[in-house]
Write a protein that binds this ligand. Sequence first.
Ligand code: ACO
Length: 433
Amino acid sequence: MPNTVTITDNRTNASYTLPVENGTIRAMDLRQIKTGPDDFGLMSFDPAFTNTASCRSSITFIDGDKGILRYRGYPIEELAEHCTFLEVAYLLLWGDLPTEQQLKDWVHEITHHTMLHETTKKFLEGFRYNAHPMGMFVSTVAALSTIYPEAREVHNPAIRRHQILRLIGKVPTIAAYCYRHSLGFPYVYPDNDLTYSENFMNMIWKMVEPKYVANPVLARALDILFILHADHEQNCSANAMRSVGSALTDPFLTTAAAAAALAGPLHGGANEAVLRMLDEIGSKDKIPAYIKQVKEGKCKLMGFGHRVYKNYDPRARIIKWTAEQVFECTGRNSKLDIALELERIALEDDYFVERKLYPNVDFYSGIIYQAMGFRPEMFTVMFAIPRTTGWLAQWNEMLTQPEQKIARPRQVYTGHETRSYVPLTQRKELAAV
Ligand code: ACO
């Protein structure tokens, strides 16, 4: 029978034929495989979702072996070359590139949702002067939930769309306010004459000049970085977005949960970690000693390796090109030379070749952000701004899929069998906990 797979249970000698659809079997089909009536049925064990499709999605396609990334079918290289970030945001959310009029309306709508409620500024004031911007970002996005209670109506498409506009419009403002708070600078209100990226630069860098004028090369580089970071299918934070959103939590709290996942150094926090690693290495002659430590398992080469890409990350290639454009404006950053040499040595080394470890999106992005003038603590926040669009596209798709239910994995229980309560005076001391 085509499109089926037959499993023989050697415990019982029974055979089961299961349908195969899109290269997958349904995990629930395994449940019928039992050794007897008391047996719960077979489950699959996949603690890090390494081989489990958690959803159907038509947003982003990755072929990790070939190094391909497409949004809604369009190669990332073409989008990065021709589009603006907001054009790509429209594509990810609504399925196709906008017409001229649609784009005009979309940009107008997003631009008119960039202001924050004034109480948000007071909320930010409560953070310590040295609070990490990512912690401030996550908390402030979550706090928006208290301002827009109607966002709880997640099954209403018009209300959903409104919150999407709010979130995409407001995340750059939140990010910029977090940055200004950590520097002790006054907040700068959004400027509706500017593009999405230019306005972000305005809110970050404007001081006393009456009108902020962005450097066009840097603004375009930022827009390209935003496009490259906009979505990446079922990564750790998108999975958090879908999982938390499946409980029908409002999009502000759900986005905060996704951003919290992004903050980890194995995910979006890697760009900050790369910069710290390059600082630690310090100069090209120290690279071989550092690589030796990595191979001995003492540390990881941050910005290298990916769960899905086992070939060069296509985003890293575009970022490398973008870095050159930025450095023509800002002057060359010495860290780039260390990074290029590190990449060259690693790509020739058997340890990295055998494990198919290549630079990922985070290897060069931090170097560009630093050359532009951002401090390392801001790098992950810079990632969260465009990724908010991807999270919302994943969330919106999840809520409209008929087969989606609350995410609730199973476990393999490894604890005690039933045991009787022991009175306090009769208990033995346990090993230190
Ligand atoms: N440096 C050194 N060795 C590495 C690295 C690295 N960066 N990445 C993986 N390896 C090694 C592992 O130790 C393992 O070796 P082993 O087979 O001898 O045990 C092997 O390569 C396979 O790695 P896993 O950890 O099993 O791969 P996994 O898919 O679970 O992890 C991850 C992927 C988390 C990205 C990993 O490569 C990593 O930690 N990289 C550094 C952090 C980083 O750059 N993260 C950003 C990812 S992109 C993003 O999220 C936006």
